[in-house]
Design a protein around this ligand. Structure first.
Ligand code: ATP
Ligand code: MG
Length: 870
């Protein structure tokens, strides 16, 4: 059975059990400060488990792209070393939101595995939670009894909290779970030791494939558990592991999910898989990491220097490093795997097809730049090695290479080993630990539990229609941030405050109580389904009714910039072409920033056209057509632009200004006239194939013009209030050129006169024409003069000394015949005379100069020159 069929059968099976099949959510999480990447199938549904929202169907199934490289679930170091952990993998899952519970979950899992996929019952083990005294949790006998109907008792194993109590993170929904494990060892192996002894023992052929989690609790900030409002089922089955079992392989990498990639790596790097363990690890690492990186880029997350982007960069660099060290790849090659990956997975994940070009370009660029870093690092490491007197390289040196230059520590260790040297690994670890603590302390946030004031969980957003309304606080909590200090997060029953999202900043404003107390709202953000308002303090009576007021000036400026962003997007697609796709945007009250795919610099003419296009739309005075709650497909059919990597619901909001139509949750002006004017302030590259335009509108544009006008006035004033400063300046420039020419001529004349004077001063010493004198010319003038004199006077030995800007300069010229006959060398002479002027220099035997910081010594140097002729 192919992997494509295996995936489809899973979805079909749960469809037949009344589940809605949904698409995978994007892997990069945008609305959750506790999670950077989706790390399990349940993460996109977290709010449903917490009761902060309701799904359309309370039975759902899907395959979800997951990434386990950071936070509580981090498998990065396992990947490639073993055969069944990946960075990015697909998790097949079925969910019940307050609907069915343990009975159906267990029965259906068993039916799917043994009747649909026809896995031999005798290779399956299941586990149940044995209970935990410290948490006050009992053994899950309910699950035990349900399993007993299908599975012999000796195959139902007890599991501890670590394995059989599932938690998504430090806080949040959790519950006991029941795992299903397979034992795919040979009969011979099985005879030696029974499978139940190997479950959860990290054996590569006795692995967990499916985890059925029974969500019952919420882990609170103080570590205690509270019961969730209702009970849910959350299951997750590793797709690649399932393929391994169904395709009778011993490793995930031997399935059709990975094999085409591995073959391509073999071809591109001219190496073979299965011949050498170190190379095999490298090949597995690369075949795994290319998936994680390509999918992230397709979901809109480019490698970068911070946050999620940095995680992606590190994954890619790990792959590059393994290739560099074990497959001897010294040039970029990982990008060459992209077409194979797209061919394999593009059907199930069309975003890969759509973004193939971008993925290829970004990876190639990242590879090239990291390989340069490696080259530089190798040089630096050489320096460290040659400077070191001991056989051990200190941990802090290695850390410096790692931290400042990005040179990987395992490579340092390997190179040292090859040289018979050692690395102080403990010292390195200590440095690393210190740095981790520093950055943890800098970003640490302590989050308290929500204090619920009412159980009204449906927080309505009314900010499209009004900026002021009466509200009540439904819940609040205290957060302690290292940076901002103590803050309160407030949630209302309804709110006019726009939460940061879709590139647009969150609203600011204030709450006003009847007694006159004012609490400022300094920011608004979305956390999953909640709109969270940030305040420096809590109102004296949080249960009172407040007037919530949005800062309308900031909101209006921001709206103006957001509308301009849409018009800019439209302009770029019109003028540069339809390949332009939005890759990021930032809409503030001060300005806007728009990143988009385009493969060359936007020329000045193109920028002018773009600006003109947007301003023409502004002048047209196009009224906003806002359409809320239209079906997603209908909006797309009508030509609305959607963002890649964004999660849209079934119904969407579309923003239309004439021919510009986008799916957008942001706030906009009522008429393009309100934008007033649009000015591009910069254009540049952000990554390979991604350009960035920054622009201003409205008040900022007014200010821009006002400042220009003021400085124009000043210029006019400087030019005696001329009505036409341009021609005045042109005239000034002309005059300036003329004066320059005259100065050049005067200098030439001066040199000519000087030459005549100097010629008269030449005297004869031991048959040599000799002149040593101080003159007032710059270095170039001295050189010209020396050569001109040399042309007219034979057997010449010349030394000029001059003081220029407080520094000394010596220029020595010796006729070629003298150099030959008398063995004189100007280079050597100026080097020696350099001591008088506290400096040095050099050059050729017939011409050389020296500079120094002591002009006082010039006279002595000139005097000393004559000695060379004696
Ligand atoms: P393991 O102990 O093998 O790391 P887990 O307990 O971390 O697994 P869960 O968090 O329960 O796994 O995830 C559900 C399923 O997802 C697992 O049963 C497994 O099939 C799959 N899975 C988990 N982690 C990975 C990974 N890194 N790569 C591939 N599949 C995975
Ligand atoms: Mg794990």
């Amino acid at each position: 059975m192919t992997s494509v069929e295996i995936r489809q059968q899973f979805l079909d099976f749960f469809k037949s059990k009344s589940h809605s099949i949904v698409a995978s959510a994007p892997m990069v999480v945008k609305n959750d400060p506790t999670l950077m990447f989706i790390n399990s199938g349940m993460a996109p549904f977290k709010e449903y488990f917490l009761g902060n929202g309701k799904p359309k169907n309370n039975r759902i199934a899907d395959t979800q792209k997951c990434l386990r490289v950071s936070g509580k679930h981090n498998d990065l170091e396992e990947v490639g070393m073993d055969t069944y952990h990946h960075t990015m993998f697909e998790m097949l899952g079925n969910w019940s939101f307050g609907d069915y519970f343990k009975k159906e979950a267990i029965e259906w899992a068993w039916e799917l595995l043994t009747e649909v996929y026809k896995i031999d019952k005798d290779i399956l083990y299941v586990s149940i939670f044995e209970g935990d005294k410290s948490e006050g949790l009992d053994r899950d006998t309910e699950a035990y009894n349900l399993w007993k109907k299908f599975v012999p008792e000796e195959r139902i194993l007890n599991g501890n909290k670590k394995d059989n109590f599932w938690e998504m993170g430090e806080q949040g929904p959790c519950g006991p779970c029941s795992e299903i494990h397979v034992d795919i060892r040979s009969a011979e192996e099985k005879a030696k030791i029974s499978g139940d002894k190997l479950v959860n023992q990290d054996h590569p052929q006795v692995v967990e494939i499916w985890n059925l989690v029974f969500m019952q609790y919420n882990r609170k900030a103080d570590g205690s558990l509270e019961k969730l409002p209702s009970q849910h089922v959350d299951t997750g089955m590793g797709f690649e592991r399932l393929c391994m079992v169904l395709q009778n392989k011993q490793s995930n990498y031997d399935t059709d999910v990975f094999m085409p990639l591995i073959r391509e790596i073999e071809a591109v790097t001219k190496s073979q898989y299965g011949k050498d363990e170190k190379r095999d690890v490298a090949i597995r690492v690369i075949s795994d990491h290319i998936r994680a990186v390509a999918f992230s880029i397709a979901d809109g997350q480019l490698p970068s220097n911070s946050g999620a982007g940095y995680v992606i960069r590190r994954i890619l660099r790990r792959a590059i490093r393994y290739g560099f060290t074990f497959l001897d790849t010294k040039e970029a090659f990982i990008y060459k795997l992209v077409p194979t990956l797209v061919k394999m997975m593009g059907k199930a994940f069309p975003e890969l097809v759509r973004e193939e070009n971008l993925i290829t370009n970004v990876i190639r660029e990242e590879e090239a730049s990291f390989l340069r870093t490696l080259d530089q690092g190798l040089v630096l490491l050489e320096n460290v090695i040659s400077a070191s007197k001991s056989k051990t390289i200190s941990g802090s040196k290695a850390f410096e290479l790692y931290d400042t230059f990005g040179f990987p520590i395992d490579l340092t260790a390997l190179i040292l080993r090859e040289r018979g040297l050692e690395l102080d690994e403990k010292g390195f670890e200590e440095e690393l630990q210190k740095q981790k603590e520093r950055s943890r302390a800098a970003t640490k946030v302590e989050t308290g539990d929500w204090v619920l004031l009412s159980d009204d969980a449906d927080e309505e957003f009314v900010g499209y229609d009004t900026l002021e309304t009466q509200i009540k606080i439904t819940r609040y909590r205290k957060v302690e941030c290292k940076k901002e200090g103590e803050l309160y997060q407030l949630v209302f029953n309804l709110t006019p405050f726009y939460p940061e999202g879709g590139g647009q900043v969150g609203d600011k404003g204030y709450l006003e109580a009847q007694n006159g107390e004012v609490v400022y709202i300094i920011d608004t953000k979305k956390e999953n389904n909640l709109i969270v308002h940030f305040a420096k303090n809590l109102p004296r009576d949080p249960e009172a009714t407040f007037k919530a007021v949005v800062d309308s000036k900031q909101r209006f400026r921001t709206a103006s910039n957001h509308t301009a962003t849409h018009l800019l997007h439209q302009a770029l697609r019109n003028i540069l072409g339809e390949h332009v796709a939005q890759k990021g945007s930032m809409v503030h009250s001060k300005n806007l920033r728009f990143d988009f795919s385009h493969f060359s610099k936007v020329t000045d003419e193109e920028l002018q056209k773009v600006e003109d296009f947007v301003n023409a739309r502004i002048r047209e005075g196009i009224a906003l057509e806002e359409r809320r709650n239209i079906p997603h497909q209908q909006a797309i059919d009508e030509g609305a632009l959607a963002l890649f990597g964004e999660k849209y619901g079934d119904t969407v909001r579309a923003i239309k200004f004439g021919k510009s139509m986008e799916l957008c949750g942001g706030t906009h002006v009522q008429n393009t006239n309100d934008v007033w004017h649009f000015i591009i302030t910069s254009e540049g590259a952000v990554a390979s194939g991604i350009r960035r335009i920054e622009a201003i509108t409205g008040d900022a544009a007014k200010q821009y013009f006002e400042e220009r006008a003021a400085s124009f006035k000043q210029v006019q004033k400087l030019l005696n209030n001329t009505p036409d400063p341009v021609s005045s300046i042109e005239k000034l420039q002309e005059e300036n050129n003329e004066l320059q020419k005259q100065i050049q001529q005067l200098l030439k004349d001066k040199a000519k006169n000087l030459k005549g004077d100097l010629k008269a001063e030449v005297k004869e010493v031991n048959g040599v024409h000799y002149l040593a004198t101080e003159i007032d010319l710059d270095a170039a003038g001295q050189k010209d003069l020396a050569f001109e004199l040399g042309n007219e006077v034979d057997n010449l030995f010349l030394l000029f000394g001059s003081a220029i800007d407080g520094k000394a300069l010596l220029t020595c010229y010796i006729s070629k015949e003298l150099v030959a006959e008398k063995n004189l060398n100007a280079g050597q002479i100026v080097r020696e005379l350099g001591k008088y002027i506290q400096g040095g220099g050099g050059g050729q035997p017939f011409f050389a100069t020296a500079g120094g910081k002591n002009p006082e010594g010039i006279t002595e140097a000139l005097k000393a020159a004559e000695d060379y002729l004696k």
